[in-house]
Design a binder for this molecule. Sequence first.
Ligand code: PRP
Length: 206
Amino acid sequence: MLTIALPKGRLAEESIELFISRKWISQKPFENSKELTYEDSERNIKILFVRSQDVPIYVQEFAADVGVVGLDVLLEGNYDLLSPIDLKIGICRLSLAGLQNFQLTNYRRKIKVATKYPKLAKEYFFSKGMSCEIIKLYGSIELAPLCGLSDCIVDLVETGETLRANGLKEIEVILHSSARLVCNRSSFYQKREEITDLIYSLQTSF
Ligand code: PRP
């Protein structure tokens, strides 16, 4: 049996649709249900619905054989995983954003940055030769510069709607991200045939 960790949240819909379209899942699993696993004995697969940031851990620790996770999450962590393919879903970018009058060049002192991505944000400011103070938040990042909690934010932008709705401007794209299929190293050797089959079917007809 192949165990697949799929993300909940922003990537959930697209990943489930992809797996349904490639016939790995026969129907939309349990709409409005709190169940976190789904088994298809005919297909011989088990799906785990996992918070997106936790997908790499489930796969690395062998609780799942493969998983779907955004490149942003992969690069923010430090995981020992095989990352065989770009699924071309969950396309978004990690960007620096701030209030309309925000100018990066105005900051000689430490700049205050609110983000869910402390590592990637630090690397970005380091590459610019700037020092920063990271304010780690877990959501609604756009609120931080509006109420003076931070000077700017480093956050995901998909449609740009949240930035617009809150009067913020995108200043620079730091990373272009999309979902990847990641694979546990041992699983890849033990279940090579099933995983190759999965990779092949997810890769074709793009
Ligand atoms: C993400 C991200 C932005 C928003 C961007 O948040 O952190 O806030 O989506 O999408 P948009 O460009 O299409 O508006 P998410 O919806 O995951 O919620 P969160 O703020 O609770 O993390």
